[in-house]
Design a protein. Structure first.
Lengths: 82, 97
């Protein structure tokens, strides 16, 4: 009988970047006004990129999400792009 | 008393004199309380393209205020800004220590 189980995905896709950039820089507060930095954490549609792509730790991901939402409110970042 | 940061977006077509008086007006609002009238630090970013249009405007004049406020006055401050028609958006943030 043929094996129909999905093949292992190891080594596929984007390589794991486990280092949180905010922890490295010892950031306490994520500034909602720093659009250039925030832009790295949203995708082309303006959505917040998941931790699995950016390597951000849970603590900083939460703070980051808040910062992105604040930035959206004052139109520094789009709610929906493209 | 807590440290706050207030960002407002002013309608871009406002005359400079009117805009300055509005900036002053908001600055007068953002004082800690009736006894302590320390004005906040004002930082004008100037005209900036917004990420999406607000009230059909694609640009906005950004002003950032920083200072301490009595937390109990926040609702009153927000309500006052709500009624300012030339203020397209406002954002009041408590600063993390």
């Amino acid at each position: 009988m043929e094996d129909t189980r999905p093949t292992r995905r190891r080594g596929r896709g984007r390589p794991r970047r486990r280092i949180c950039a905010f922890c490295v820089d010892k950031v306490n507060t994520i500034d909602y006004k720093d659009t250039e930095m925030l832009n790295r954490y949203v995708n082309e549609f303006g959505r917040i990129r998941p931790r699995r792509q950016t390597g951000t730790c849970a603590k900083h991901q939460r703070a980051l999400a808040v910062a992105v939402k604040r930035a959206r409110h004052i139109a520094l970042l789009p709610f929906v792009a493209k | 008393m807590r440290e706050y940061e207030v960002t407002i977006i002013i309608q871009p077509q406002l005359e400079e004199s009117e805009r300055n008086s509005l900036i002053e007006q908001v600055s007068d609002l953002l004082v800690p309380g009736a006894e302590d009238e320390t004005k906040p630090a004002v930082n004008e970013w100037g005209l900036r393209r917004m990420a999406y249009p607000i009230q059909k405007f694609t640009e906005g004049y950004y002003v950032l205020y920083e200072g301490s406020l009595d937390p109990s006055r926040i609702t009153e401050i927000e309500r006052s800004m709500q009624y300012m028609e030339d203020v397209l958006r406002y954002l009041v943030i408590r600063k993390e220590s």
